[in-house]
Design a protein around this ligand. Sequence first.
Ligand code: 5GP
Length: 193
Amino acid sequence: MKKLEERIVQDGRVLSDTVLKVDSFLTHQVDVALMKEIGHVFAEHFKYSGITKVVTIEASGIAPAVYVAEALGVPMVFAKKSKNITMTEEILTAEVYSFTKQVTSQISIVEAFLSKDDRLLIVDDFLANGQAAKGLLEIIGQAGASVEAIAIVIEKSFQGGRQLLEEAGQTVVSLARIASLENGTVVFAPADV
Ligand code: 5GP
């Protein structure tokens, strides 16, 4: 997605050889108009896939996921990173190691929000080592639902996430693919969409 790549170049900040900061439009402040376009691009790509629900993980996946779900006309459900006292129902859980926080946390989704009849589209802001998506796949597997694809806003292709997910039989569709962040410069690989 050309517009997203341009925005990454304009407003992204390379913090190290492995970390890109995009908090002015994606992970903290959110450019709603850009999210809406991202929603439409993914919805166009998956419009004949029979998707019944979009699944993401809090917090930064929620903004793009909402707009993808809105454009597809389906609900969005996000995995929570901490259990709260209102979650009295049966919950499905998985352990996820966070690349940016460098801690392992338990993520959970209330069982009733996923069913074996669901065909799901996973959406996330970043793909790094694939641990967040792997945790979601584990939860979805417990529910017996199927996954159409994993839709990523920014993939760092120099990390192992795509390979991990493809080896697990999944399809990854990324709007921007970053080949390198070395020397403070963003180098793109050809995107999927
Ligand atoms: P993974 O689970 O694929 O290793 O990492 C994905 C998660 O880590 C994303 O949901 C995102 O929140 C965070 N993340 C990974 N790499 C980056 C990065 O370079 N910048 C930012 N802002 N978040 C990242």
